[in-house]
Design a protein around this ligand. Structure first.
Ligand SMILES: Nc1ncnc2c1ncn2[C@@H]1O[C@H](COP(=O)(O)OP(=O)(O)OP(=O)(O)O)[C@@H](O)[C@H]1O
Ligand SMILES: [Mg+2]
Length: 231
């Protein structure tokens, strides 16, 4: 479904991604593991067209999409949840979801009612204003909102960051539930979480892929164990 081939991405003169290649097949959850500054977000921004790669190619659903602007990626069915969560603070949870659903204009599986069934925590908070939610609740809302665009594929950038264990648990349930409907690329530093929900993964370091494997291979790899799983 997604093929990233040897991309090189820069911020000005700074050569951040130095030949990143990865693939995500339909129905998979694939994680991109790496420490601070490894290049996870830049990989996602390159795919989404926010920071187009200077070299290399990106294919989505069999067509080359390298350098397409974000709104064209959205139209093609790509959704992106960035690290910084932004909800509409003056709208309630339900209104935040309704706005997203109307804006998306892509027909499909997800409706506001359906999404609230997958996110029981949001269902309970449906009348609360976005600005009055905790960080974790906002994160759930942002993911729910992204799903209302009925994407074919979802890019999730460090959804666990700064979340309380109970919200991480809820998030884990949500991902295991939605992964039947949507293909996911998940950037994470929290390897134990990522490997609980992913089928496969890549390890990125200094803008290069250092290791790739199935969930089992990553769990068994000594270097991955000591560098990413020994928290
Ligand atoms: N807008 C920018 N301008 C210049 N350099 C940037 C910019 N954004 C990121 N970088 C640099 O690019 C490198 C990769 O950053 P990136 O945000 O992709 O890492 P990351 O793996 O997502 O890290 P984190 O886990 O901290 O989010 C880092 O060295 C970072 O300092
Ligand atoms: Mg990042």
């Amino acid at each position: 479904m997604l093929e990233v081939k040897d991309i090189h991405t820069y911020y000005g003169d700074s050569h951040v991604l130095q030949g990143v290649s990865l693939e995500v097949n339909r129905g998979e959850v694939v994680c991109l593991l790496g420490r601070n500054g490894a290049g996870k977000s830049t990989t996602m921004k390159s795919i989404m067209g926010l920071v187009p790669p200077r070299r290399g190619h990106i294919f989505f659903m069999g067509e080359e999409t390298t350098g397409l602007p974000p709104y064209r990626m959205v139209k093609r069915g790509m959704a992106y949840v960035p690290e910084d969560r932004r909800v509409f603070p003056h709208l309630t949870v339900e209104e935040n979801l309704e706005v997203a659903h109307i804006a998306a204009r892509r027909e499909g599986r997800w409706t506001v009612k359906g999404i609230l069934e997958v996110f029981p925590m949001l269902e309970r908070l449906r009348h609360r204003k976005g600005g009055h939610l905790s960080g974790g609740e906002q994160q759930l809302l942002v993911i729910a909102r992204a799903l209302l665009a009925n994407p074919t594929m979802l890019l999730l950038d460090e959804p666990c960051e700064g979340l309380a264990p109970i919200i991480v648990e809820e998030l884990e349930k949500v991902i295991l539930e939605i992964r039947r409907e949507v293909t996911i690329l998940l950037a994470e530093q929290n390897a134990p979480f990522a490997l609980r929900v992913s089928h496969r993964g890549y390890v990125i370091e200094k803008g290069r892929i250092k290791f790739q494997g199935t969930r089992e291979e990553l769990l068994a790899n000594e270097e991955v164990q000591s560098r990413y799983l020994a928290l």
